[in-house]
Design a binder for this molecule. Structure first.
Ligand code: SF4
Length: 707
């Protein structure tokens, strides 16, 4: 038998925010292999271990294939048909809204949905249900960066491109193990450093991660002290006259107030507070100031913090003070965790946002969107952010919850409380491709969704680049695309809540959703109303803004020094350093940090189905500094009980010299499917940043004892 050549469909990787182009090899029914797309400008053919294993993660046994329903909490779910499932959901949601008001229901969605899916969910929540109770797991990921960009630069728009990473003379990587979390971008950085050894790389991270292997300087600051570090650096830059006064005068506001604040951050006191030497701090300031171009990259180490907004703003302050923004190789550049966290921000998929980078709290923005959708008004009441939303489920204010493409029973902090909330909620609908997630076990209604390789649409990566995601094969069983599930449900809900009125959801394709949605970007900072699926087909992935008539996207923002604020000037933000919410004390003398492994993704819904991806790290293991093991008379490999104020876990402990004494580290991926009892997040704390509402997943006080 002569083997037939596989068909190739170009798409985008479904894991991290690098957004690599992938060529899917398939026979129309099965995905047979994957290759990096040599023509995709994010990766030029490279893939990391996760992307290169995508074809191994389609385990059909793990997939949700048929709708399943239970009436009441005790019986197991049984298979049903789509009509029964969606009619049931529409009846429960309509009855709940009628009896208790629109804010008694909520939607918790995901940075792994496509832009078209996101848009449908937003229109459903705001225009149809009339609630702002729609939040995304991007709240756990990027919401502090959103606040940072908006406060300082006037819009949630990362100003840089990946090629800036290659062109920069000095890179500051803060709170990001890029080597594991954004591997293909890290490979690009490695290649650039090899080609230009004079490029300087500074890594700021309490752990000595693999990313530090490339660093000329590693600042192992104490957890949570980033704001003090940035203010201390600015103090030094000011003292030495290494700021760009002309840029500050021409393009910014608020420098005098910040100058007063950082006067108190003397280098010696900052070095002491951060746990580094004065020489290291001075060396860092010198590297930044002497480089013709300076770029910073950051991720969860800054964002997942009760001071996440302040950390983002303090870092952006450094760029504004040195004029290192709006030119090749320079600028503040957040790395997005999820493949389409950016698309979520664009479509308004955080409770405080609206489509087109608008604010739910802004009456003019509400009126614009309401007029576009042809509804009288949009909801005025503030929506709940992720942690608040699950608190409201826990205390009974939310009675019907729709969860799509995410696994909050594993990924939210204070997991015991999340499990209680989901157990108590009268109606939990879970729309997911995988039936094995921790959250699925709480579903009263499980709706099987199409997964990567089975659906069409678009995603936006960290550098504002919109790429096509394409369907190669048919979803298993009766699984359906996310956009079609939500539009079908919305039409049934319309019949119950606004009968006789024209449907707001007569979309027949993801392209139709994109066409309607893009109109809401017109004239806004992110304007991509010049794009369409057809234009992307013709020109390939493009960076926004891409207004009508554009021939190509926009690689860099703010080249003319004009920002997205009303007066065009960027803002310095003067906020003092605040310590993390939980500090070490006698009962909990260690600080727990959680993070990513190289070969796993989030809650392992997909990567957990491929045995090969456990080769790098087969189990969840607690890391402690050898001194901390010795003090507790523990040995490498011992089983220990790790305890926080919220719960405990039993795990093996390993000696880890990459950690500072007093710190503990765990991979974030393991839920209760893989661990006995509860998952890693039983330990983590739900305290969140007052502005971004992003929880402090990176710092929880813990203790450890031998079992
Ligand atoms: Fe996928 Fe990210 Fe790896 Fe690229 S770097 S292949 S987007 S996981």
């Amino acid at each position: 038998v002569v083997p037939t050549k596989p068909t190739i469909t170009a798409s985008t990787c479904c894991y991290c925010g690098v957004g690599c182009g992938v060529l899917i090899e398939h026979d129309g029914e099965r995905i047979l292999g994957v290759q990096g797309d040599p023509d995709h400008p994010a990766n030029f053919g490279r893939l990391c271990s996760k992307g290169a294993s995508l074809h191994l993660t389609g385990d059909v046994d793990a997939r949700a294939r048929y709708p399943e329903l239970r009436l009441g909490k005790t019986p197991a779910r049984s298979r049903t048909d789509w009509d029964t499932a969606l009619d049931h959901a529409a009846t429960v949601f309509a009855d709940t809204i009628t009896a208790h008001g629109p804010d008694s229901v909520a939607f918790y969605i995901s940075g792994q949905l496509l832009t078209e899916d996101y848009y449908a969910f937003n229109k459903l929540a705001r225009a149809m249900v009339h609630t702002n109770n729609i939040d995304s797991n991007s709240r756990l990921c990027m919401s502090s960066a959103v606040v940072g960009y908006k406060r300082s630069l006037g819009a949630d728009a990362p100003p840089c491109s990946y090629e800036d990473i290659e062109q920069s003379d000095c890179l500051l990587i803060v709170g990001s193990n890029m080597a594991y979390a954004h591997p293909v971008l890290f490979r690009r950085l490695e290649a650039a450093k090899a080609a230009r050894p004079q490029m300087r790389i500074i890594v700021v991270d309490p752990r000595r991660t693999d990313t530090c292997e490339l660093a000329d300087l590693h600042l192992a600051i104490l957890p949570g002290t980033d704001v003090a570090l940035f203010h201390g650096l600015l103090h030094l830059l000011l003292w030495e006259g290494w700021i760009d006064r002309a840029y500050i005068d021409a393009h910014t506001q608020g420098f005098d107030e910040l100058k007063l604040l950082v006067r108190d951050y003397s280098p010696a006191s900052v070095a002491r507070l951060c746990g580094i030497s004065l020489e290291e701090l001075q060396h860092c300031a010198r590297l930044i100031s002497s480089a013709p171009t300076f770029l910073s990259l950051w991720c969860m180490g800054l964002n997942q913090s009760t001071a996440g907004s302040a950390k983002n703003s303090a870092l952006i302050n450094l760029h504004l003070a040195t004029g290192q923004i709006g030119k090749p190789g320079a600028g503040p550049f957040s790395l997005t965790g999820q493949p389409n966290a950016m698309g979520g921000r664009e479509t308004g998929s955080l409770s405080n946002l609206l489509p087109g980078h608008r604010e739910a709290g802004n009456p003019e923005h509400r009126a614009e969107v309401a007029a576009y959708w042809g509804v009288e008004q949009l909801p005025v009441t503030n929506g709940l952010s992720a942690v608040e939303l699950f608190d409201a489920v826990h205390d009974g204010r939310i009675k019907a919850l729709w969860i799509a493409c995410t696994n909050p029973a594993q990924s939210l902090p204070d997991q015991q409380k999340i499990h209680e909330a989901l157990s108590r909620c009268p109606c939990v609908v879970v729309q997911d491709a995988f039936a094995t997630t921790e959250t699925c076990s709480f579903a009263d209604l499980l709706l099987p969704a199409a997964s990567w390789g089975e659906k069409d649409g678009t995603v936006t990566n960290s550098e504002r680049r919109i790429s096509r995601v394409r369907r190669a094969v048919t979803p298993p069983g009766e699984a359906r695309t996310d956009w079609s599930i939500i539009c079908d449900f919305a039409r049934r809900l319309e019949q119950r809540l606004r009968p006789g009125r024209p449907s707001l959801f007569d979309f027949t394709s993801p392209e139709a959703l994109f066409e309607e949605y893009k109109g809401l970007t017109a004239g806004r900072d992110l304007d991509y109303s010049g794009l369409s699926h057809a234009v992307l087909e013709q020109l390939g992935p493009q960076q926004w803004p891409f207004p009508p008539g554009a021939r190509q996207g926009t690689p860099r923002l703010y080249l003319d020094g004009r920002f997205s604020t009303a007066d065009g000037r960027a803002r310095f933000i003067a906020e003092p350093y605040r310590a993390a919410k939980e500090l070490r004390d006698a009962r909990y003398p260690l600080l727990l940090n959680t993070g990513r492994l190289r070969d796993q993704w989030h809650g392992m819904s997909r990567t957990g189905t491929a045995a090969q991806l456990f080769g790098h790290a087969p189990d969840a293991v607690l890391g402690l500094h050898p001194d901390d093991l010795r003090q507790r008379q523990l040995r490498h490999g011992d089983l220990v009980r790790l305890r926080s104020r919220r719960g405990s876990l039993i795990l093996p402990v390993h000696a880890d010299e990459a950690l500072l004494p007093g710190q503990a580290w765990l991979p974030m991926h393991w839920g209760n499917r893989f661990l006995k009892g509860l998952g890693i997040n039983v330990l983590t704390q739900p305290a969140f940043d007052p502005l971004s509402k992003q929880p402090e997943l990176k710092i929880s006080a813990v203790d450890v004892e031998k079992v």
